[in-house]
Unconditional design. Structure first.
Length: 153
């Protein structure tokens, strides 16, 4: 099974959308195997968003991500990275498709509700950035036979 990271951003925390976001991933059939609140520091924001460090909006990202704690989640499922990215929607909330998390809850490029890992490789790096190995739980959920056909897993 593939794992991916989702960060529920400060704007979603402030707007009290946490339960709705988690519910969407659960209803899809993804398995939550790690969750915690986390307060970004300047150092961790710089590391996590290093690929954007030379962009003019980088300070806005840093300021936004440290306003409140975030919630980091590790989700598991077949094609989890692709599924979570699809459910999250496009980066710009004004352009994200209706029915996606950003399409339904965001009007902004920066305040776009969630961060989702973009590749399997980055998901592994990001999960390790926010979780210790003992904070990721491995167990088979009771609904497993009703989420996947027996020849899919």
């Amino acid at each position: 099974m593939e794992k991916t990271l989702v960060i529920i951003k400060p704007g979603a925390i402030q707007r009290e959308l946490v339960g709705e976001i988690i519910t969407r991933f659960e209803r899809k059939g993804l398995h939550l195997c790690g969750i915690k609140m986390y307060q970004f520091t300047d150092k961790v924001v710089s590391e996590h968003y290093a690929h954007l460090a030379d962009r003019p909006f980088f300070k806005r990202i840093k300021d936004s991500m440290m306003i409140t704690p975030v919630i980091v989640c590790c989700w598991e499922g077949l094609d989890a990275v692709r599924i979570v990215r699809s459910m999250s929607g496009g980066t710009n909330g004004r352009e994200a498709a209706p029915g996606t998390i950003r399409g339904d809850f965001s009007m902004s490029v920066q305040e776009n509700i969630v961060h989702a890992s973009d590749t399997v490789e980055n998901a592994k790096v990001e999960i390790n950035r926010f979780f210790k190995p003992e904070e990721i739980f491995e167990f088979k959920p009771n609904n497993f036979p009703f989420v996947y056909a027996n020849d899919e897993v």
